[in-house]
Every structure is written in structure tokens, then in C-alpha cells.
Design a protein around this ligand. Structure first.
Ligand SMILES: Cc1cc2nc3c(=O)[nH]c(=O)nc-3n(C[C@H](O)[C@H](O)[C@H](O)COP(=O)(O)OP(=O)(O)OC[C@H]3O[C@@H](n4cnc5c(N)ncnc54)[C@H](O)[C@@H]3O)c2cc1C
Length: 392
């Protein structure tokens, strides 16, 4: 097989990039190790920045997100049960985020790929990029036990944190930076109406809680938990008791309890691979960086990376202009570090750390009190939350 750009991974980064390149007349093939049902069913992100929604519209994928997405023009923060509201729209000249599940984004991307004839090969085993330091890289894989090969000009690793692409970069040039957090997020999905029309971020002496949603009838709720916890230790009853306690009495009467149909524990980490290009290999999305989910930046960063990379490939194939490809790591990383900073800051502000002493706690409470009272502080929070412009 032959393509101009071979993409590894059919998550948000891989499929947004495939659509961008297809729109620019560039031939792509996407190789994904999982099945389409698995990728579309994965319960993950749910908060889209304005730039991500704009990208969907630019690619002609915006119909359903406009109809079914929930526009959130603000959020609530809660300190030991005492809530205050941050009005994104007023602070950012009409800014907002859209609640729309990652699985819905994936369905939109896949359906449009079917209609446009974009080649996505699911269930590709043993995917292996090779000859990346030459002008003729290849990707080999097995499909139904048969060995296959793709010849291409470039390979883009959109294969997430655990993918194969980043590992192809020699250790001597690979530069990474990491912070592991000493807790996880226990998340549930339940078919009950959310307790608030917008998200609630709660800092309680027991730890962080987040009230989120996927639709007016489906709640997505999280609790900070110990990394040694297992989901079996958290019955639905125990979850709702703790969730109510951390949100406090202002919201307790509005919480509808129901059985969870998904329950999982996710560790939190900040990670940046500064080497986003090596030879003919480019990295995008979670393959290059991870943020803690506080602040909801992961999927949005993946979309921002490929918006930059897509334009760079269009300039290369359209006009032979290599400057965008050369500049991709610098432009992408500039935005990545800002999102890393915001996610780290919001995590620090809202979670209980094992080493925290009374002084640390007072600093947290004082900063939240400042955020409650200062329009300038709220404006900085809102600007980052709704998403920095691509060229910020
Ligand atoms: C619980 C949770 C909640 C989250 N909430 C939010 C949120 O609210 N907002 C937000 O913006 N982000 C959120 N995120 C993060 C977001 O889901 C990710 O940042 C996003 O999925 C990154 O997209 P990606 O395409 O880079 O990587 P992925 O979605 O990980 O896709 C990578 C793809 O590559 C495939 N792959 C891996 N290895 C190979 C291989 N060797 N060969 C072929 N294919 C391979 C994988 O199967 C996968 O389909 C959340 C994540 C989690 C876990």
C-alpha cells in the first residue's frame, strides 16, 4: 500500500488529522490496533474547547455537536461545601465550552470518514513504523494474520501514551518531562440527571470531587481516591455518600442517585515528550503529552496539535514549504506547556496531597478565596478554561 502520510492510531488526534489531510487532498491511511466499536465506545473526555468545536465545523463535522452538545458558559467551584460561580461568557467576551462525549466525537469522525472514503484500518496487529530517519519510511502490520506494508512520505504517531511511535525515537535524542500525582480519579457514569446545569469542581477536606455530565439525563461524576483503591471497594452507595459529602449541602438535595454502568479509576500524570519530531516521524496528542483530567485539556490538545500539523502538511504538499513542518514542535509545545500549566495548577488548587500540612491547606483556601473575589483572577481562569486561541 502507498500513502503520503501514514497515521498510527484512530483516536481523536489520528482521525482529526486524517480529515484535515484528506480535505487538503493528501492521501492518508490510518492504522488502529483496536476495533471500531472499542474506539467509539471508550468513555473518556467530555468537555470541548471552542477551538475544538470550531475545528469540527471547519471539517464539516459540526452538525450533531451543535444540536446535541451542551453549551456551558460558566462553572462552579466549591470550597468545603461553599460554592461560587465563574461566568466564562461575561469574563471572556462570550466564551464557553461544549459538553459532548469523546465517543460522540469519534462516531462523527468515523461516519464522515466512511462517507469521504478515508481509509482507516481497524484491528491492525503488530503495527511497526520503520526507516523513520530516511525519506521513505514504512509501516508494517498484520491484518487477519497476514503481513502488510505501507510505504509513505511521513509517519504521524497518534497512538496515545502507550503507543509504539514514541519508542521509535532513540533514547539519545528523546527528551521527556513527567510529574506523577499521588492519587487517582474514581469515575462513574450513571443514567441520572446531573445535580447542576454546569460542572462543579469541589475542594473538600476529604479530597476533590467533580460533578460533570454527558447529557441532561446522564451524569459523569468523579472522586479523588487513593491509588491503592480498587473499584470493588467503591459500591455505588459509598460513591454517592462521599460525592454528596464533598459537594456539600448546597447541592446534596439536587443529587439524584442511581446505579453506575461504568466505574473506573484513572491515575493522574503530567507528561511532555519535547521531541515531537524525529526524522520523518511526528508525534501528536497523548503520544506526546498527558495532562491530568482537571481542566479537561487532553482531547483539546490533541485537536490543537493536529490543526497545526495539518496546515504544515498542506503547505508542504501544496507549495513545497517545509517551514511549518520544521516549526511544528515549537508551535505545538508552546501551547502544550500552557495547557500543562493550567491542568497542574487546577489540580494543585483542588486536590488533597498526602504531604499537605496546615500551611499548604491555608494557601489553597486563600487562593480559592482570591479566585472567588477577584475579577482578574477569574478572567485568567476563564480564559484558560474555555481554551487559549491556537496562536496564543
Ligand atoms: C477518564 C478520562 C477522562 C478524560 N476527560 C477529558 C476531558 O474531559 N477533556 C479532555 O479534553 N480530555 C480528557 N481526557 C483525555 C482524552 O481522552 C485524551 O487526551 C484523548 O483521547 C487523546 O487523544 P489521542 O488521539 O491523542 O489518543 P488516544 O485517544 O489514546 O488514541 C490513541 C489510539 O491509538 C491506538 N493505538 C495505540 N497503540 C497502537 C499501536 N501500537 N498500533 C495502532 N494503534 C495504536 C489506540 O488504540 C487509540 O485508539 C480524559 C481521559 C481519561 C482517561
Amino acid at each position: 500500500m502507498r500513502a503520503q502520510v501514514g497515521i498510527i492510531g484512530a483516536g481523536p488526534a489520528g482521525l482529526f488529522l486524517a480529515h484535515l489531510l484528506h480535505a487538503a487532498g493528501i492521501r492518508v491511511v490510518v492504522l488502529e490496533q483496536r476495533s471500531r466499536d472499542y474506539v467509539e465506545g471508550r468513555v473518556r473526555a467530555g468537555v470541548l474547547e471552542q477551538t475544538t468545536v470550531r475545528l469540527m465545523h471547519r471539517l464539516g463535522l459540526g452538525a450533531r455537536v451543535s444540536q446535541e452538545g451542551l453549551l456551558h458558559a460558566g462553572t462552579t467551584l466549591c470550597v468545603d461545601g461553599d460554592p461560587f460561580h465563574v461566568d466564562f461568557a461575561e469574563l471572556t467576551d462570550g466564551g464557553a465550552v461544549t459538553v459532548y462525549g469523546q465517543s460522540e466525537v469519534m462516531k462523527d469522525l468515523n461516519l464522515a470518514a466512511d462517507q469521504r472514503g478515508i481509509r482507516i484500518l481497524y484491528d491492525a496487529a503488530e503495527v511497526s513504523p520503520r526507516a523513520l530517519e530516511t525519506d521513505q519510511p514504512i509501516i508494517t502490520w498484520k491484518q487477519d494474520g497476514v503481513s502488510r506494508r505501507l510505504d509513505c512520505d511521513f509517519v504521524v504517531g497518534c497512538d496515545g501514551y502507550h503507543g509504539v511511535s514514541r519508542g521509535c525515537i532513540p533514547a539519545s535524542v528523546l527528551e521527556t518531562v513527567e510529574r506523577i500525582y499521588p492519587f487517582g480519579w474514581l469515575g462513574i457514569l450513571s443514567e441520572v440527571p446531573p445535580c447542576n446545569h454546569e460542572l462543579i469542581y469541589a475542594n473538600h477536606e476529604h479530597g476533590f470531587a467533580l460533578a460533570s455530565m454527558r447529557s441532561p439525563t446522564r451524569s459523569r461524576c468523579y472522586l479523588q481516591c487513593s491509588l491503592s483503591d480498587s473499584v470493588e471497594q467503591w459500591s455505588d452507595e459509598r460513591f454517592w455518600d462521599e460525592f454528596s459529602l464533598r459537594l456539600g449541602t448546597a447541592f446534596t438535595p439536587r443529587i439524584t442517585r442511581g446505579p453506575s454502568f461504568e466505574k473506573s479509576i484513572a491515575p493522574l500524570r503530567s507528561f511532555v515528550c519535547k521531541t515531537m519530531r524525529w526524522g520523518r516521524l511526528f508525534l501528536a496528542g497523548d503520544a506526546a503529552h498527558i495532562v491530568p483530567p482537571t481542566g479537561a485539556k487532553g482531547l483539546n490538545l490533541a485537536a490543537a496539535d493536529v490543526a497545526v500539523l495539518g496546515d504544515a502538511f498542506a503547505a508542504w504538499y501544496g507549495a513545497g514549504d517545509a517551514s511549518g513542518l520544521e516549526d511544528y514542535p515549537r508551535r505545538a509545545l508552546d501551547r502544550v506547556w500552557k495547557a500543562e500549566r493550567f491542568s497542574w495548577w487546577l489540580t494543585q488548587l483542588t486536590h488533597r496531597f498526602p504531604h499537605m500540612d496546615t500551611f499548604d491547606r491555608h494557601m489553597q483556601v486563600a487562593e480559592l478565596s482570591y479566585l472567588r473575589q477577584s475579577r482578574a483572577a477569574q478572567a485568567a481562569f476563564a480564559e484558560n478554561y474555555v481554551g487559549l486561541p491556537l496562536d496564543f
